[in-house]
Design a protein around this ligand. Structure first.
Ligand code: HEM
Length: 418
């Protein structure tokens, strides 16, 4: 193991920072939001109006909190969702009440035409196949190897703390090109930034401190550029324009929820899938070519970021509803991915089902820029866990590990015997 990887293993990261924050929802919705929404959809169709902050008889305060006067919908069903995410000129991204405040207005997921295309082009080079191969060889492969080795040296493990929360934070730090002495601070601030979903003030404090830290890093990279994302962003140019320091900070800060929170939660779900499906996992162990299918099914079945916010730019008829201009539309990708018209028994995790295009990474102009990187993290982890922990199994004394959440889905803890 290199010194670099050994030092990364010392960085403290607390899994409780990623625990489910939506405990205010009733248990049946938290556990199985798709079935709950299905009961409402039977009456109301693919575009469900959120009236007085409620869907059916359940309160979803977060959906209307920003502006109680505004018309709000939840869009579901594969065909409607697929169409909606492709209609960029009718439905704009809308993170004005959340991410744009915490991360900065130039965060990619919140941008719309014409700015979005230019900024996406600037950031894209850091996520192409060449960069991905290098990141895999330099960090993902050796770090996952080391994390799994640590687990194999224990008798009992909690796989969310031991693996799921550690890989994504350390990986994003590496992609930024952070000096090793800044990882500890970065891990704390990144975790604190994500508390912004429930404690906005605390999130804002983290956002400001992260900005100060990134300013220091940008200055260092201007003096001594490397091959990392921040150096590339400093040097990148589209149509003769470069990014300001402020733009670089927004871009990087937005990768905390986009690249850390999503993948951490997906890895936690992967841990539960490994423990709960021993027969399917044995099949993958015998035939590692099934790893991509196992991960693709995980993302369809219980993707970590199933809801994205949009805004109608004009009044428009959509899914048999006259939608007014400036309505808020929460697009339920996770529901689209369980549409029984596309998948038989969609509620089952089944890596052997025939593969069809799902929407866990959305689609259209805002298709997740990190989708290949996320798949690589998940596939490498699954491969190494299956290869190096052949006896990994459920700890019979451990509490259940349900996958929960509406806006984010994940498992808080997964205890296992090694
Ligand atoms: C399993 C893990 C992941 C999932 C399920 C996921 C999902 C998504 C989704 C649904 C969107 C669309 C958001 C919207 O339209 O509002 C998105 C956008 C984005 N994601 Fe991911 N993501 C994952 C991992 C990552 C990683 C690892 C990175 C980078 C390190 C990343 C970077 C981005 C960026 C930059 C965008 C904005 C793209 C744009 O608006 O043009 N994501 N992601």
């Amino acid at each position: 193991m290199t010194d670099y990887i050994e030092q990364l293993l010392q960085v403290e990261i607390d899994a409780s920072d990623f625990a489910t924050f939506e405990r205010f929802l009733p248990e049946h919705v938290l556990n199985d939001p798709v079935s709950f929404i299905d009961t409402v959809r039977e009456q109301e169709g693919d575009l469900i109006e959120v009236k007085d902050g409620r869907i059916g008889d359940v309160a979803f305060p977060a959906l209307t909190a920003a502006d109680p006067q505004r018309t709000v919908y939840l869009a579901c069903g594969y065909d409607s969702v697929r169409m909606l995410v492709g209609m960029q000129s009718s439905f704009y991204q809308d993170y004005r009440d959340s991410m744009d405040i915490l991360m900065g207005e130039k965060q990619l997921a919140g941008l719309n035409p014409p700015e979005h295309k230019k900024y996406r082009a600037l950031v894209s080079s850091a996520f192409n196949m060449q960069s991905l191969s290098k990141i895999s060889a330099d960090l993902i492969d050796p770090l996952v190897d080391a994390l799994v080795l640590e687990v194999s040296n224990k008798e009992r493990a909690e796989l969310v703390q031991d693996i799921a929360v550690r890989l994504p934070i350390l990986l994003i730090g590496h992609i930024f090109g952070l000096p090793i002495d800044k990882y500890g601070r970065f891990a704390k601030l990144a975790s604190q930034l994500m508390t912004g979903m429930t404690d906005f003030e605390n999130g804002l404090i983290a956002s400001q401190k992260l900005k100060e830290m990134l300013e220091e890093v940008i200055e260092e990279k201007k003096r001594a550029p490397g091959e990392d994302l921040i150096s590339k962003l400093i040097q990148s140019e589209v149509d003769g324009e470069t990014l300001s320091d402020e733009d670089i900070i927004s871009t990087c800060r937005a990768l905390v929820p986009a690249g850390i929170e999503t993948t951490t939660r997906a890895l936690s779900t992967l841990m539960s899938v490994i423990i709960d499906n021993p027969e399917q996992m044995d099949q993958v162990r015998q035939d590692p070519k099934l790893v991509p299918a196992a991960i693709d099914e995980l993302l369809r079945w219980n993707g970590p970021a199933p809801v994205i916010p949009k805004r109608s730019m004009e009044s428009i008829d959509f899914a048999n509803v006259s939608v007014p201009a400036n309505a808020m539309i929460f697009v339920y990708l996770g529901h689209a991915n369980r549409d029984p018209r596309n998948w038989e028994h969609p509620e089952r995790y089944d890596l052997n089902r025939s593969r069809q295009h799902h929407l866990a990474f959305s689609a259209g102009p805002h298709l997740c820029l990190g989708n290949q990187l996320a798949r690589r993290e998940l596939e490498t982890t699954l491969t190494q866990v299956l290869a190096k922990l052949p006896k990994l199994r459920l700890d019979p004394e451990a509490p259940n590990h349900p996958i929960v959440g509406f806006n984010f889905r994940s498992c808080d803890q997964v205890f296992a015997l090694t």
